[in-house]
Write a protein that binds this ligand. Structure first.
Ligand code: SF4
Ligand code: SF4
Length: 374
């Protein structure tokens, strides 16, 4: 049972994601640069429909059904995706002229974004969209319920779900239990690691790096109970932001505005009035509220197209980037820099006791303010 007083959340507007992976790089640069973290991508952006990351995570079980924990599968390193080399030499220096750029023979046949832009459907009505994912900082985290060491906690002040690495013994029951497969294993340290929702930045009033760096202004960050904030309005007032796979029963706190479709066209190239992305597919991802959400998006869009006003459209357009982040709109350069002994170890900041001790010691500047000033 969740005991946090407030819940911080993220809304991602899938109509604005261009699949550029800037968020992925911002997160990788900030949090997973150390040994043992080479394969970790706390933020992933995959093409949907597609196998996702790790490969076929939606078929790996975990989560709850009717409140009962379901068994789950542990992704292998091959499922996460291994590094591979492309056949540059053959394609560019002396190979067949029509040879496609591909993995070299004998290299792994899967990596984190292998099926990028493949999608589904028949030309000219083929379709796809991008699905960015982080840990959902769930209200009922399956990872937390599965940990016999009580190493996973939800922060009381904002519901961010964190792994206390000092308590973790690397059993990986959390990774099996998480139905979104958002927990990695660090073989160097022998502990599980995951997205920390950039909590040291939140503590300073700075939004998550993935959100701040996003050129598409896809991501909103704020508290669910802030009735004047965009998160509350998109999730509760307009109900256009929906959780991914609500049937897993973990209560995700990352929500998605589902993508609108171009119209299908017939053999003569004429629009048919039918959406190209099947409603059934979107409902398999985001549940029953998709139709109402898409209908409202279309009707509000139509209002603005005829010169009318729409608070919903204004929210989603976000002309000023500050409007995306509510109480977290401070620029990193203006944040009071956290000074702490082990800058690379966020767990030291998670544990108040360790943090206090560390602050009293000789200090160095934490990577809250990254070289990229993200
Ligand atoms: S998404 Fe997975 S790792 Fe994150 S809180 Fe939910 S169950 Fe835990
Ligand atoms: S940075 Fe924004 S637009 Fe680019 S892939 Fe990430 S969420 Fe999508």
């Amino acid at each position: 049972m969740s005991v946090n007083q407030r819940q911080v959340a993220m809304v991602m507007d899938l109509n604005k994601c261009i699949g550029c992976q800037t968020c992925t790089v911002a997160c990788k640069t900030l949090w997973t640069r150390n040994e043992g973290q080479e394969h970790m991508l706390f933020n992933t952006v995959n093409t949907a429909p597609g196998a996702g990351t790790p490969r076929n995570f939606e078929q790996m079980g975990g989560g709850f059904r009717n409140g009962k924990a379901q068994s789950g599968q542990l992704p292998t390193m091959a499922d996460w995706g291994e590094k591979f080399e492309l056949n540059f030499d053959e394609v560019f220096y002396g190979g067949e002229s029509d040879m496609p750029l591909n993995a070299k023979t004998g290299e792994p046949d899967w990596s984190a974004n292998w099926d990028e832009d493949v999608g589904a459907g028949e030309y000219p009505n083929s379709y796809y969209f991008y699905l960015p994912r982080i840990c959902n900082h769930c209200t009922h985290p399956a990872c937390m319920a599965a940990c016999p060491r009580k190493a996973i906690e939800k922060r009381e002040e904002d519901g961010v779900v964190l792994i206390n690495e000092d308590r973790c013994r690397g059993y990986q029951f959390c990774a099996e239990a998480c139905p979104y497969k958002k927990i990695y294993f660090n073989e160097q340290k022998g502990v599980s690691q995951k997205c920390i929702f950039c909590f040291p930045r939140l503590d300073e009033g700075v939004a998550n790096a993935c959100a701040r760096q996003c050129p598409g202004r896809v991501r909103f960050v704020g508290y669910l109970d802030d009735e004047e904030g965009p998160i509350h309005k998109l999730v509760y007032k307009y109900k256009v932001a929906l959780p991914l796979h609500p049937e897993y029963e973990t209560g995700p706190n990352v929500f998605y505005v589902p993508p609108l479709s171009p119209e299908m066209i017939d053999d003569q190239g004429n629009p048919t009035g039918q959406d190209r992305i099947p409603l059934s597919y979107l409902e398999s991802l985001f549940g029953d509220g998709v139709k109402e959400a898409l209908d409202l998006l279309k009707s509000e869009r139509a209002i603005t197209q005829t010169g009318g006003e729409s608070e919903l459209m204004d929210l989603l357009i976000s002309r000023k980037w500050q409007d995306l982040f509510g109480p977290f709109s401070k620029h990193p350069r203006d944040a009071e820099r956290l000074r702490i002994t082990d800058a690379a170890d966020p767990i030291k900041m998670f544990d108040p006791q360790l943090a206090t001790t560390a602050v009293e010691e000789e200090t160095q500047i934490v990577r809250l303010i990254d070289p990229a000033n993200s």
